[in-house]
Write a protein that binds this ligand. Sequence first.
Ligand SMILES: [Zn+2]
Length: 491
Amino acid sequence: MLEYATVGASPWCRMKNLLLAFFAAMASAPLLAAPKHADALIRHATLVDVERARLVRDQAVVTAGDRIVAVGNDADVARDWTATRIIEAKDRYLIPGLWDMHVHFGGAPELVAENQALLPLYVAHGITTVRDASGDIPLEVLNWRRAIILGSLFGPNLFSSGPKIEGLKPIWKGTIEAGSEADVDKAIDQLKSLHVDFVKITDSTLKPELFLYAVREARAAGLRASGHIPMALTVRQAADAGISSIEHLDYAFNAGVKDEAAIAADFGAGRITRETARDRLDAGFDERTAMRAYRYLAGKGVFVTPTLNGSRILAYLDEDTHQHDDYLAYIGPGLRKTYEWRIQRAAQASAAQVEQRHAHYHRVAAVIPMLQRAGVTIMAGTDAGYLNSFIYPGIGLHDELALYVEKGLTPAQALSSAIRAGPRWFGLLDKYGSIAPGKAADLVLLNGNPLDDIRATRAIEIVVLRGTVHDRPALDRMLAETRAKVAAWNQ
Ligand SMILES: [Zn+2]
């Protein structure tokens, strides 16, 4: 009878035992574990921690699907991970994707294709998320939101208000008209069934008391409300009703006017014209009043979207007509036509009015650092889209951020307005706004340090959107495609 040991000593069995021992050792020794595989591995990057305004050097970031799965010291992460795409980011700066919190799409139903061609411009400029603040093709935009999520349309993450709430026969098209509380109730029900991301309310004809009612009801329905504040109301009334963001800096400026309540009451009672109300507001700003009002807004959690670049462009059309801007090559002829309205209006101004416009712009812009000091979250938004002349989708946000710094914010504060304010407004900081495991893989790799110089946000090497890496040649192709479409439409 052969001994068991003799059989076990055959060459095959020795090898089998060795293999078993090897696998057992592998299993108990994590240092020998095979690296895990992911989609992208960005190596040796300097991370910009926007929240703490500091840099973290020599980091690696791993993405899988549309998520970040690992972040840490380069050597540690590179030992544990490998990826289909490895990106060398030495001497480069990685920021979370930028958000433009105030854009528009529209102009006319036949301009849908021209509007859609704007979407890649945002991505090509590092903007991974936009908030559509309503236009006249709202249902189309809601369809895009869905198509982008499904992957059948290329564009940034898209939040939309859907159709805005207005009064009866407003100057704006594509709105839900409300002349009574019952109309507002119906409007909110309709917006809820459209699953809008927030509610936009404007006041070209909406009665002031219905404005406040709409804000309150939107909040009661679990929606955030944003908008323009009617001249007959004070900013505080809108804040008390529960408005979540004030669009355009002029309205925040009005909160700093000593006689704001009296002016609102006079206008509401028909004792003064809109022009007179504007003149009195313009002359009545007081810094102490403003700081008190802004601290109140901060306490209420009201954010402000300045759209400062748009104000600057309009105020200075006398000095710069923008007729030869390179970026006009990205704007379709139908959209360019919608620019005319404001250009012609501005052209009618007298020399004194032009002077007054310049002064007004600087007076209003000066409240930016006051808002910041009072603790109000400033939310970067451009107003890019139709009607708003020469505010270009994409690059417009970089111009906006540069103006914030020119007016007194630090580059870190300006960055935060475009990276953290949007997610904070939507209650989505757990998913966006920083570079950490579990967060969205929406990233922008820059060639310069944006904490030193805000203009570095323009020097984009790579954009990662929902986990897909778009390198510089891919971004240039996006730009070229939109230019080619516009050139064809120009024929
Ligand atoms: Zn707007």
